[in-house]
Design a protein around this ligand. Structure first.
Ligand code: PMT
Length: 406
């Protein structure tokens, strides 16, 4: 499984002779396991048909900013949020100029402005246009805003000129895109993550649990592995495929999750409690299926489960960073701050679970990352992008952090 596997890549093709190479890029990204959607500018459609891109990507293509059918399905803001990465290939001189100006007068430029994901441009144009100071100024602006410029290549051009401005070959563009998902931020570090729900047995066939899908915790595991960490993922019962290069420790109940966390966390550099751990479990679990007694209510006595993340934070050999989540439906920030303090955590990720877009099971999330002295809002994006942001915001504290005093 490569770095692009399951990544949501939005390929925006603008109108130049190199547009046909955009089709090859889509094919290569799909081959590497990416989920690809395509934006075709009006100009691009003069060079390549939507049908070709639809066949290669397996998804409908997108062209119009205001399109009733698209807005009902996946409109421009949804597309912008769906993407883990946006690549504009080829990026003509005109598109580069319009991106530099921050224009939002077609679908491509609007999505580039609206996306929280990284944006890359693979320029392609005549060598004289490339060399023009106006183009170079525009490129400097894009680089200054963190936009990745991939290429161009130099050589013989379609117009007969020779020089820089050829679109880089699609395999080189795909490799450069993959690098976005690899960092060495956590090289040599050991990260332990809890994910998913816990399941507390009432009897052999009934249980108490919650709606956690594990997606947030698994996204964190992948982000840490991609950042070079050794990752132990202690996971409640979920249906997700674990990311590559991750040691999975399957558990069922909160007690099992607690025991696994205690075994693994004392050698770890980072502990992340993303699991939705049941606060209570039935006092005893019946060995046989409980029988219904006509006309009688049943009372199940519940006892408290251990607080796993708090126990890790209290270890004598505590990980340098202990991070929890706070799933809240009211007073998000105040409750999250109180939980961080009470549980002795370095960071807490405040998660508004009253919003169906960011709640259990969703592919997206929007969170606040809060420490004693910092607060960062991470706006709505895929859980993978949120996970990567969390990791890049906390990683630099490693080595310089001391356990929180609470
Ligand atoms: O799994 P998904 O469908 O992707 O959904 C993601 C999520 C909503 C589950 C996740 O983002 C999230 O918010 N996880 C924490 C859910 C939760 O249990 O929150 P809490 O506020 O009850 O707990 C606070 C913290 O204490 C959490 O880090 C939790 O893991 C930890 N905890 C809670 C109880 C307990 N007995 N032991 C714990 O370690």
């Amino acid at each position: 499984m490569g770095l692009l596997h399951q990544r949501h890549i939005l390929v925006a093709i603008s109108g130049g002779i190199a547009a046909y190479k955009g089709a090859e890029l889509v094919r290569l990204l799909k081959k590497q396991g990416a989920v690809v959607r395509v934006i075709l500018s009006r100009g691009a459609k003069e060079f390549i048909t939507p049908l070709t891109l639809q066949a290669l990507s397996g998804e409908p293509t997108h062209s119009e900013l205001l399109d009733e059918t698209a807005e009902a399905g996946m409109g421009h803001i949804e597309l912008a949020r769906w993407a883990d990465l946006v690549v504009i290939a080829p990026g003509t001189a005109d598109v580069i100029a319009r991106l530099a100006q921050g224009r939002a007068d077609d679908l491509l430029t609007t999505v580039a402005l609206a996306t929280p994901a990284p944006v890359a441009v693979a320029p392609a144009m005549n060598q004289q246009m490339w060399a023009n100071e106006a183009t170079q100024d525009n490129l400097r602006q894009l680089v200054g805003r963190g936009i990745q410029i991939i290429g161009p290549d130099a050589g013989e051009q379609a117009c007969g000129d020779v020089g820089p401005g050829r679109l880089l070959e699609p395999d080189a563009i795909a490799s450069a895109l993959a690098e976005n998902f690899e960092s060495r931020l956590l090289e040599g570090k050991h990260v332990v993550i809890t994910a998913g729900p816990t399941v507390e047995a009432i009897d052999p066939v009934r249980y108490l649990s919650n709606h956690s899908s594990g997606k947030m915790g698994y996204a964190l595991a992948r982000a840490c592995a991609d950042a070079g960490a050794r990752v132990t993922l202690i996971t409640g019962p979920v249906t997700l495929t674990p990311p590559n290069r991750v040691d999975r420790v399957p558990v069922t109940s909160a007690i099992e999750m607690h025991d696994a966390a205690m075994r693994c966390a004392s050698n770890a550099d980072i502990f992340i409690g993303a699991a939705a751990v049941a606060d209570y479990r039935p006092e005893s679990s019946a060995p046989e299926k409980l029988k219904k007694t006509a006309g009688e209510n049943r009372v199940i006595s519940l006892v408290q489960n251990p607080d796993i993340v708090a126990a890790v934070a209290a270890l004598a050999q505590r990980p340098a960073l202990v991070i929890g989540f706070a799933a809240e439906t009211t007073e998000l920030i105040a409750h999250a701050r109180e939980k961080r303090h009470r549980k002795g955590l370095d960071y807490i990720v405040a998660n508004d679970v009253s919003d169906p877009e960011t709640t259990f099971g969703s592919d997206q999330n929007a969170v606040h990352l809060i420490s004693e002295h910092e607060a960062h809002y991470l706006p709505l994006a895929t859980k993978q992008v949120i996970a990567e942001r969390i990791i890049s915001l906390v990683a630099h504290h490693l080595g310089s952090t001391s356990p929180t005093s609470g």
